[in-house]
Design a protein around this ligand. Structure first.
Ligand SMILES: Nc1nc2c(ncn2[C@@H]2O[C@H](COP(=O)(O)OP(=O)(O)O)[C@@H](O)[C@H]2O)c(=O)[nH]1
Ligand SMILES: [Mg+2]
Length: 492
């Protein structure tokens, strides 16, 4: 996601970086930043406001007299992106006692029904007792859809035939929930292709009669400014408490995420990042700003990891790393847990510095490499996994044959593992600040030489001749580009 705006912004910041830092240079750079924002479908007033705020700070003495002025400007842009989207309050304010009613609304196809399921799943896992209510009577299929989702996550769904009215479904659903000792009621309401009076009257009626504690608006991020306009309409009628922005896993340009808060005043609480019911995340403006600037989202990654690894496990792994006792067995364990966190490509994009390498990333499939590595480790004996030093030529050949790989691939894995284990040992012994620094240094080195690790991986993997031809022509293009860049640099 956000590829366009990431590229546009880093292009503009690069421009500022290259030239001498003068006021007119900064203003030209900011003009390019504004262009990047508009191209990402950010509301034009929001973009103008943003540029004013950044420029005002950027041409100030604080920046011009700083030792590294361009870094300061990136810092200001980063900070203002966060201000644009925050502050947020992801809490649903669920009540300890009595019933909490959450009403979801939004246009047709925005993802309401799916998001109802995601929320119910999350709330259920946090130890509450949710009840879903199918109050979309527009299409009979909508009722079945919610029923299927409820069955999938083991949350009861209250339904009535489509001849009933939405209000009575909600009221009876509430009674049913109280009777069965449920404590969170989630209402899946109807949508329309566009906001109209009939829809609003229906929703307002439910709103006044049931008095939901939270009214959440579901918006499709792919629709850009339309999402923002509909948010405005719903908020005028219903006083929305928060927005859930869906389909951020697609190639949305990011305009909605960046404008919704400033245009409507309603904060984004959660984001949907996939069709599956576990693809719901708390919205963090910091993480989003960092991804937009191609800086990666380390906090998001760590949060994801923590959901899979218990604290004890984390401590145990860290202990092992710091003592240099991290084995291939542990490595495989971590790898399996990481695969549970989501598609590898998405995870890798969250690593700092990797944003810049994205176009190459799209060409490769990390899943494939992981499967190969997994196969190699599976073909080792337990002793070999714990102490790879004993792997000699004959053991190596056995492992290669067993896993259907070349001996050179086994070798490469062992080498990579050695390198990684020693870096991890160093990092585990550092304080948090130094660790961040080391990470950023590592990722900078990687992005300066993107050919290194990633590309090697690609060519080593067993692919058909087509891929090899493609890789070769890519390399050729890269060499050409590099030559051009050198020429440009000489001229300057
Ligand atoms: N990729 C992706 N698809 C989503 C997401 N949320 C919902 N969808 C899909 O969007 C479509 C419409 O969703 P639905 O919940 O039926 O929307 P509703 O009409 O508002 O209830 C379905 O195909 C969903 O699978 C998301 O976060 N990411
Ligand atoms: Mg629906």
């Amino acid at each position: 996601m956000f590829e366009g705006i990431s590229k546009g912004l880093s292009g503009a910041l690069d421009f500022i970086n290259r030239g001498r830092l003068t006021e007119s240079n900064i203003r030209e750079g900011m003009r390019q930043v504004r262009q990047a924002l508009l191209e990402a479908d950010v509301h034009f007033e929001v973009a103008d406001d943003f540029i004013d705020r950044v420029t005002e700070q950027a041409v100030g003495d604080r920046v011009l007299q700083a030792i590294k002025p361009s870094e300061q400007i990136v810092g200001i842009v980063h900070e203002e992106l966060i201000n644009l989207m925050g502050p947020v309050d992801p809490s649903l304010h669920l009540k300890r006692e009595g019933m909490t009613i959450i009403m979801l609304c939004g246009l047709q196809g925005s993802g309401k029904t799916t998001t109802c399921g995601k929320l119910a799943r999350m709330i259920d896992e946090a130890g509450w007792r949710p009840q879903l209510v199918a109050a979309d009577l527009q299409r009979p299929a909508a009722i079945d859809q919610l029923q299927v989702i409820g069955d999938q996550i083991g949350v009861p769904v209250y339904t009535e035939p489509s001849t009933s009215t939405p209000l009575s479904v909600c009221q009876n659903g509430l009674k049913e929930a109280k009777k069965n000792d449920r404590n969170v009621l989630i209402l899946d309401t109807a949508g329309r292709l566009q906001i109209d009076d009939e829809l609003m009257a229906e929703l307002e009626l439910i709103d006044t009669k049931l008095g939901p504690d939270q009214c959440l608006l579901v918006c499709d991020a792919m629709t850009g400014q339309d999402a923002v306009n509909s948010a405005k309409g719903f908020n005028d009628a219903l006083e929305v408490d928060g927005v859930i922005l869906t389909k951020l896993d697609g190639d949305t340009r990011g305009g909605a995420a960046l404008s919704i808060k400033s245009v409507t005043g309603v904060p984004i609480k959660y984001i949907g990042v996939g069709e599956q019911l576990d693809r719901l995340e708390e919205f963090r403006p910091e993480g989003m700003a960092e991804r937009i600037l191609g800086m990666g989202d380390i906090v998001g990654l760590v949060t994801k990891a923590q959901q899979q690894l218990s604290e004890e496990e984390m401590l145990a792994q860290q202990q092992k790393m710091s003592e240099g006792k991290f084995t291939l067995e542990d490595f495989q364990d971590v790898m399996h847990k990481m695969r549970k966190m989501g598609p590898m490509k998405e995870l890798i994009k969250m690593l700092p510095g990797v944003g810049n390498m994205m176009s190459q990333m799209d060409e490769m499939d990390p899943e494939d490499d992981l499967k190969r590595i997994d196969g190699i480790i599976n073909s080792m004996t337990q002793e070999e996994r714990r102490n790879p030093d004993i792997i000699d030529r004959s053991r190596r050949n056995r492992i290669a044959t067993g896993s259907g790989n070349d001996a050179s691939e086994v070798n490469a894995l062992l080498k990579q593992f050695q390198g990684m284990a020693s870096i991890m040992k160093d990092m585990a012994n550092m304080g948090p600040i130094d660790r961040m620094r080391a990470m950023s240094k590592l990722s900078k080195e990687a992005s300066l030489n993107p050919n290194a690790a990633m590309q090697r991986e690609k060519q080593r993997s067993k692919r058909g001749p087509l891929d090899r031809v493609k890789a070769k022509s890519q390399q050729k293009k890269k060499r050409k580009d590099a030559a051009k860049a050198r020429k440009r640099n000489r001229r300057r």
